[in-house]
Design a protein around this ligand. Structure first.
Ligand code: PRP
Ligand code: URA
Length: 209
């Protein structure tokens, strides 16, 4: 699958080890998600298109290359994806943010879309769809379909932890999307949780359980 990139970066793995620990509290969990997302954003943007600009240094004018203003948008999958927005914003402070609300039905594990609000002109932007957990892949696949239905053409998906089942499903159903995962875990349990995983990312980010 040439649209899947597993980082396996030693420093990200160091942070993920702390993230997984059940004794890591909400504040530290949120900070780690932000820090990991900053590194992931740099790594996933190696092919970002730059535009030429002339910059006047104190010594001379030089031709340089910058990311065009407004060319990147962030779309978190609610709720847990919200935890990654501040990390992307550290790299692209002016990126507009769309929201897609999905929840997994706890019995069927099927994702249900309950909200979608996207910034104007998103169709022409590079869209970074973010969700820390890629489990069965149902939520990510449906969110990608929702974005494409609304005209988005250039999409990257960033997830901190992926299960093989979910990564394979998204890669198969959306071969045009680049999928970035920091670490690939072993499998899913019978309730659709990633093993070893980190538990429920939304609950740990927002203190709801
Ligand atoms: C979690 C997670 C993903 C989804 C992954 O969200 O943030 O969106 O599960 O599972 P999947 O790959 O099997 O679809 P959840 O539905 O628990 O909602 P929440 O973010 O509101 O907690
Ligand atoms: N969603 C989570 O938050 N954690 C999992 O392990 C699977 C889905």
């Amino acid at each position: 699958m040439n649209n899947v990139f597993i980082f396996d970066h030693p420093l990200i793995n160091h942070k993920i080890a702390i993230l997984r620990d059940k004794s890591t509290g909400m504040k530290e969990f949120r900070e780690l998600v932000e820090e990991i997302t900053i590194i992931m954003t740099y790594e996933s943007m190696r092919d970002v298109e730059l535009a030429p600009v002339d910059v006047e240094t104190p010594l001379e004018v030089t031709r340089q290359y910058r990311v065009p203003e407004g060319s990147v948008a962030i779309v978190p999958i609610l709720r847990a994806g919200l935890g990654m927005v501040s990390g992307v914003h550290k790299v692209f402070p002016n990126a507009k943010v769309g929201h897609i609300g999905m929840y997994r039905d706890e019995k069927t594990l099927q994702p249900q879309e309950y909200y979608c609000k996207l910034p104007e002109g998103i169709q022409e932007k590079m869209v970074l769809l973010v969700d820390p957990m890629l489990a069965t892949g149902g939520s990510a696949c449906d969110a990608l379909t929702a974005l494409k239905k609304r005209g988005c053409k250039h999409i990257k998906l960033m997830s901190i932890i992926g299960a093989p089942e979910g990564v394979n499903k998204v890669a198969r159903e959306h071969p045009d999307v680049q999928i970035y995962v920091s670490t690939l875990d072993r499998c899913l349990n019978e309730n659709g949780y990633i093993l070893p995983g980190l538990g429920d990312a939304g609950d740990r980010l927002f203190g709801t359980k």
